[in-house]
Ligand binder design. Structure first.
Ligand SMILES: C[S@@+](CC[C@H](N)C(=O)[O-])C[C@H]1O[C@@H](n2cnc3c(N)ncnc32)[C@H](O)[C@@H]1O
Length: 282
Protein backbone atom coordinates (compact mmCIF):
# COMPACT_ATOMS: atom_id res chain seq x y z
CA UNK A 1 0.00 0.00 0.00
CA UNK A 2 1.54 3.32 -0.99
CA UNK A 3 2.33 6.08 1.47
CA UNK A 4 1.78 9.79 0.86
CA UNK A 5 4.62 12.06 -0.32
CA UNK A 6 4.54 13.78 3.10
CA UNK A 7 4.90 10.43 4.89
CA UNK A 8 7.75 9.42 2.62
CA UNK A 9 9.48 12.75 3.31
CA UNK A 10 9.03 12.18 7.06
CA UNK A 11 10.51 8.68 6.74
CA UNK A 12 13.50 9.95 4.78
CA UNK A 13 14.24 12.56 7.43
CA UNK A 14 13.60 10.15 10.30
CA UNK A 15 15.93 7.45 8.91
CA UNK A 16 18.62 10.02 8.04
CA UNK A 17 18.57 11.53 11.53
CA UNK A 18 18.57 8.19 13.31
CA UNK A 19 21.03 6.21 11.20
CA UNK A 20 22.55 8.53 8.54
CA UNK A 21 21.16 6.19 5.89
CA UNK A 22 20.25 8.25 2.83
CA UNK A 23 17.03 7.19 1.13
CA UNK A 24 16.84 8.98 -2.18
CA UNK A 25 13.60 9.70 -4.02
CA UNK A 26 13.66 6.35 -5.78
CA UNK A 27 13.37 4.49 -2.46
CA UNK A 28 9.67 5.01 -1.70
CA UNK A 29 8.83 1.47 -2.76
CA UNK A 30 11.60 0.12 -0.53
CA UNK A 31 10.27 2.05 2.46
CA UNK A 32 6.76 0.77 1.85
CA UNK A 33 7.75 -2.88 1.45
CA UNK A 34 9.98 -2.79 4.52
CA UNK A 35 7.26 -1.25 6.66
CA UNK A 36 4.82 -3.88 5.37
CA UNK A 37 7.29 -6.63 6.26
CA UNK A 38 7.73 -5.14 9.73
CA UNK A 39 3.96 -5.00 10.27
CA UNK A 40 3.59 -8.60 9.09
CA UNK A 41 6.37 -9.77 11.39
CA UNK A 42 4.67 -8.02 14.29
CA UNK A 43 1.37 -9.69 13.41
CA UNK A 44 -0.24 -6.29 12.84
CA UNK A 45 -2.95 -5.59 10.30
CA UNK A 46 -2.27 -1.83 10.31
CA UNK A 47 -1.21 0.04 7.20
CA UNK A 48 2.24 1.61 6.74
CA UNK A 49 0.53 5.03 6.95
CA UNK A 50 -0.88 4.22 10.39
CA UNK A 51 2.54 3.04 11.49
CA UNK A 52 4.09 6.30 10.31
CA UNK A 53 1.42 8.29 12.18
CA UNK A 54 2.45 6.43 15.37
CA UNK A 55 6.07 7.14 14.63
CA UNK A 56 5.37 10.84 14.19
CA UNK A 57 3.73 10.83 17.62
CA UNK A 58 6.59 8.84 19.23
CA UNK A 59 9.79 9.27 17.22
CA UNK A 60 11.94 7.59 19.89
CA UNK A 61 11.48 4.32 21.77
CA UNK A 62 10.87 0.70 20.84
CA UNK A 63 8.75 1.31 17.73
CA UNK A 64 11.25 3.84 16.37
CA UNK A 65 14.10 1.36 16.94
CA UNK A 66 12.21 -1.33 15.05
CA UNK A 67 11.55 0.99 12.13
CA UNK A 68 15.23 2.00 11.92
CA UNK A 69 16.11 -1.69 12.09
CA UNK A 70 13.68 -2.43 9.26
CA UNK A 71 15.32 0.22 7.07
CA UNK A 72 18.80 -1.30 7.28
CA UNK A 73 20.10 -3.56 4.53
CA UNK A 74 21.75 -6.57 6.13
CA UNK A 75 23.11 -8.42 3.12
CA UNK A 76 26.24 -10.36 4.13
CA UNK A 77 27.89 -13.77 3.83
CA UNK A 78 30.78 -15.82 5.15
CA UNK A 79 34.12 -14.96 3.47
CA UNK A 80 32.40 -12.21 1.48
CA UNK A 81 34.71 -11.10 -1.37
CA UNK A 82 37.34 -13.62 -0.19
CA UNK A 83 40.41 -11.40 -0.87
CA UNK A 84 40.27 -9.39 2.39
CA UNK A 85 40.42 -12.63 4.37
CA UNK A 86 43.30 -13.96 2.24
CA UNK A 87 45.08 -10.66 2.92
CA UNK A 88 44.42 -11.07 6.65
CA UNK A 89 45.80 -14.60 6.64
CA UNK A 90 48.81 -14.08 4.40
CA UNK A 91 49.95 -10.55 5.20
CA UNK A 92 48.13 -8.58 7.89
CA UNK A 93 47.97 -11.05 10.77
CA UNK A 94 51.54 -12.39 10.38
CA UNK A 95 52.82 -8.80 10.40
CA UNK A 96 50.71 -7.70 13.38
CA UNK A 97 51.52 -10.83 15.36
CA UNK A 98 55.20 -10.18 14.90
CA UNK A 99 54.81 -6.49 15.73
CA UNK A 100 52.66 -7.08 18.82
CA UNK A 101 54.66 -10.07 20.09
CA UNK A 102 56.04 -8.15 23.06
CA UNK A 103 52.70 -7.29 24.65
CA UNK A 104 50.81 -10.22 23.07
CA UNK A 105 47.67 -8.23 22.29
CA UNK A 106 45.53 -7.70 19.24
CA UNK A 107 42.50 -5.45 18.87
CA UNK A 108 39.91 -5.79 16.13
CA UNK A 109 36.68 -3.93 15.44
CA UNK A 110 34.08 -4.99 12.94
CA UNK A 111 31.79 -1.98 12.67
CA UNK A 112 28.82 -3.22 10.63
CA UNK A 113 28.57 -6.83 11.65
CA UNK A 114 25.06 -7.51 10.33
CA UNK A 115 24.13 -11.11 11.26
CA UNK A 116 27.69 -12.03 12.25
CA UNK A 117 29.13 -13.83 9.23
CA UNK A 118 31.89 -11.24 8.82
CA UNK A 119 33.24 -11.22 12.40
CA UNK A 120 32.97 -15.01 12.60
CA UNK A 121 34.89 -15.28 9.32
CA UNK A 122 37.65 -13.15 10.85
CA UNK A 123 37.60 -15.28 14.02
CA UNK A 124 37.87 -18.51 11.98
CA UNK A 125 40.73 -17.02 9.95
CA UNK A 126 42.58 -16.31 13.21
CA UNK A 127 41.93 -19.74 14.73
CA UNK A 128 42.84 -21.60 11.56
CA UNK A 129 46.09 -19.79 10.81
CA UNK A 130 47.34 -18.48 14.13
CA UNK A 131 46.72 -20.85 17.03
CA UNK A 132 49.54 -19.14 18.96
CA UNK A 133 47.15 -16.25 19.56
CA UNK A 134 45.19 -18.44 21.99
CA UNK A 135 47.16 -17.08 24.94
CA UNK A 136 47.04 -13.44 23.76
CA UNK A 137 44.84 -10.60 24.93
CA UNK A 138 42.46 -10.58 21.99
CA UNK A 139 39.94 -7.73 22.05
CA UNK A 140 37.51 -8.37 19.22
CA UNK A 141 34.42 -6.16 19.21
CA UNK A 142 31.72 -6.41 16.55
CA UNK A 143 28.95 -3.81 16.40
CA UNK A 144 25.85 -2.87 14.46
CA UNK A 145 22.94 -0.46 14.81
CA UNK A 146 20.36 -3.21 14.36
CA UNK A 147 19.02 -4.90 17.49
CA UNK A 148 17.69 -7.74 15.42
CA UNK A 149 21.07 -8.36 13.77
CA UNK A 150 22.89 -8.19 17.11
CA UNK A 151 20.51 -10.81 18.51
CA UNK A 152 21.35 -13.00 15.52
CA UNK A 153 25.09 -12.46 16.06
CA UNK A 154 24.82 -13.47 19.70
CA UNK A 155 22.80 -16.53 18.80
CA UNK A 156 25.26 -17.57 16.06
CA UNK A 157 22.67 -19.74 14.31
CA UNK A 158 22.57 -19.96 10.52
CA UNK A 159 20.37 -21.64 7.94
CA UNK A 160 21.72 -24.14 5.43
CA UNK A 161 21.38 -21.45 2.77
CA UNK A 162 23.48 -19.04 4.80
CA UNK A 163 26.29 -21.53 5.44
CA UNK A 164 26.20 -22.58 1.77
CA UNK A 165 27.09 -18.99 0.89
CA UNK A 166 30.85 -18.92 1.24
CA UNK A 167 31.61 -21.16 4.21
CA UNK A 168 33.99 -23.99 3.23
CA UNK A 169 32.67 -27.42 4.31
CA UNK A 170 35.71 -28.26 6.52
CA UNK A 171 35.14 -25.05 8.53
CA UNK A 172 31.43 -25.77 8.83
CA UNK A 173 32.16 -29.19 10.29
CA UNK A 174 34.88 -27.88 12.58
CA UNK A 175 33.24 -24.76 14.00
CA UNK A 176 29.47 -25.44 13.87
CA UNK A 177 27.07 -27.96 15.40
CA UNK A 178 23.87 -29.12 13.76
CA UNK A 179 20.79 -27.54 15.30
CA UNK A 180 17.72 -28.97 13.59
CA UNK A 181 17.72 -27.58 10.08
CA UNK A 182 20.22 -24.92 11.14
CA UNK A 183 23.86 -24.75 12.18
CA UNK A 184 24.97 -23.21 15.46
CA UNK A 185 28.43 -21.78 15.89
CA UNK A 186 30.50 -23.43 18.62
CA UNK A 187 30.90 -21.52 21.87
CA UNK A 188 34.70 -21.41 21.55
CA UNK A 189 34.33 -19.33 18.38
CA UNK A 190 31.37 -17.27 19.52
CA UNK A 191 33.12 -16.27 22.72
CA UNK A 192 36.00 -14.73 20.77
CA UNK A 193 33.74 -11.87 19.67
CA UNK A 194 32.01 -9.33 21.90
CA UNK A 195 28.86 -7.96 20.25
CA UNK A 196 27.69 -4.45 21.09
CA UNK A 197 25.23 -1.94 19.74
CA UNK A 198 26.92 1.01 18.06
CA UNK A 199 25.41 3.63 15.81
CA UNK A 200 28.22 4.90 13.59
CA UNK A 201 26.74 8.40 13.81
CA UNK A 202 26.04 8.20 17.54
CA UNK A 203 28.47 8.22 20.42
CA UNK A 204 31.16 5.58 20.29
CA UNK A 205 32.02 3.64 23.40
CA UNK A 206 35.63 3.34 24.40
CA UNK A 207 37.37 1.08 21.93
CA UNK A 208 40.93 -0.09 22.51
CA UNK A 209 43.53 1.33 20.10
CA UNK A 210 42.68 -0.71 17.03
CA UNK A 211 45.02 -2.87 14.97
CA UNK A 212 42.36 -3.95 12.47
CA UNK A 213 39.08 -2.30 11.48
CA UNK A 214 36.53 -3.90 9.18
CA UNK A 215 33.89 -1.40 8.08
CA UNK A 216 32.59 -2.93 4.91
CA UNK A 217 29.51 -2.22 2.84
CA UNK A 218 27.93 0.32 5.16
CA UNK A 219 29.47 3.67 4.16
CA UNK A 220 27.77 3.31 0.77
CA UNK A 221 24.49 4.22 2.52
CA UNK A 222 25.83 7.53 3.91
CA UNK A 223 26.40 10.99 2.42
CA UNK A 224 29.84 12.57 1.99
CA UNK A 225 29.94 14.66 5.22
CA UNK A 226 28.99 11.57 7.25
CA UNK A 227 31.76 9.52 5.63
CA UNK A 228 34.25 12.31 6.38
CA UNK A 229 33.28 12.38 10.04
CA UNK A 230 33.40 8.61 10.37
CA UNK A 231 36.84 8.36 8.75
CA UNK A 232 38.14 11.07 11.12
CA UNK A 233 36.82 9.12 14.11
CA UNK A 234 38.25 5.83 12.85
CA UNK A 235 41.63 7.45 12.34
CA UNK A 236 41.63 8.55 15.97
CA UNK A 237 40.61 5.08 17.14
CA UNK A 238 43.30 3.22 15.15
CA UNK A 239 46.91 2.44 15.89
CA UNK A 240 49.20 4.36 13.53
CA UNK A 241 50.19 1.16 11.76
CA UNK A 242 46.75 -0.46 11.70
CA UNK A 243 44.70 -1.72 8.79
CA UNK A 244 41.26 -0.51 7.70
CA UNK A 245 39.24 -2.76 5.40
CA UNK A 246 36.36 -1.23 3.46
CA UNK A 247 33.92 -2.82 1.02
CA UNK A 248 34.99 -3.44 -2.57
CA UNK A 249 33.09 -0.33 -3.78
CA UNK A 250 34.24 1.90 -0.90
CA UNK A 251 37.27 4.13 -0.42
CA UNK A 252 38.57 6.92 1.79
CA UNK A 253 39.55 8.75 -1.39
CA UNK A 254 37.80 12.12 -1.62
CA UNK A 255 36.60 11.90 2.00
CA UNK A 256 39.73 11.72 4.10
CA UNK A 257 43.38 12.66 3.80
CA UNK A 258 44.03 10.68 6.94
CA UNK A 259 44.42 7.35 5.15
CA UNK A 260 46.39 6.05 2.23
CA UNK A 261 45.32 3.18 0.03
CA UNK A 262 47.66 0.21 0.19
CA UNK A 263 47.68 -2.94 -1.88
CA UNK A 264 47.69 -6.04 0.29
CA UNK A 265 47.72 -9.31 -1.62
CA UNK A 266 44.87 -9.21 -4.15
CA UNK A 267 42.95 -6.49 -2.31
CA UNK A 268 43.34 -2.95 -1.02
CA UNK A 269 43.11 -1.65 2.46
CA UNK A 270 43.66 1.74 4.03
CA UNK A 271 46.50 2.70 6.33
CA UNK A 272 46.57 5.73 8.62
CA UNK A 273 48.92 8.43 7.42
CA UNK A 274 51.43 9.75 9.92
CA UNK A 275 50.60 13.42 9.34
CA UNK A 276 47.08 14.41 8.57
CA UNK A 277 45.17 17.40 7.30
CA UNK A 278 41.67 16.06 7.83
CA UNK A 279 38.78 17.84 6.05
CA UNK A 280 36.42 17.73 9.01
CA UNK A 281 36.75 17.04 12.67
CA UNK A 282 35.69 14.61 15.36
C1 LIG B 1 25.13 -4.54 4.05
S1 LIG B 1 25.43 -4.84 5.74
C2 LIG B 1 27.18 -5.15 5.70
C3 LIG B 1 27.55 -6.34 6.55
C4 LIG B 1 29.03 -6.73 6.49
N1 LIG B 1 29.89 -5.67 6.92
C5 LIG B 1 29.40 -7.18 5.10
O1 LIG B 1 30.11 -6.46 4.40
O2 LIG B 1 29.00 -8.28 4.71
C6 LIG B 1 25.31 -3.19 6.42
C7 LIG B 1 25.13 -3.17 7.92
O3 LIG B 1 25.33 -1.84 8.38
C8 LIG B 1 24.44 -1.60 9.44
N2 LIG B 1 24.23 -0.15 9.60
C9 LIG B 1 23.52 0.70 8.81
N3 LIG B 1 23.55 1.94 9.32
C10 LIG B 1 24.30 1.89 10.43
C11 LIG B 1 24.70 2.86 11.40
N4 LIG B 1 24.32 4.15 11.33
N5 LIG B 1 25.49 2.46 12.43
C12 LIG B 1 25.88 1.16 12.53
N6 LIG B 1 25.54 0.21 11.66
C13 LIG B 1 24.76 0.57 10.61
C14 LIG B 1 23.17 -2.35 9.04
O4 LIG B 1 22.37 -2.63 10.16
C15 LIG B 1 23.74 -3.59 8.36
O5 LIG B 1 23.79 -4.69 9.22
Amino acid sequence: MSISPADFEFMRRFVLERSAIVLDESKQYLVETRLETLLRTEGSSESPSTLIAKLRAAPTGALADKVVDAMTTNETSFFRDLHPFDALRRDVLPELIQRNAADRSLSIWCGAASSGQEPFTIAMTILEGFPQIAGWKLKFVATDISHEMLARCREGRYSQLEVNRGLPAPLLVKYFDRDGLHWRIKDSLRRMVEFRELNLVGSWPMLPALDIVFLRNVLIYFDAPTKQKIFARIHKAMKPDGYLFLGAAESTLGYSEAFERAKVGATHCFRPRATVSSPSGS
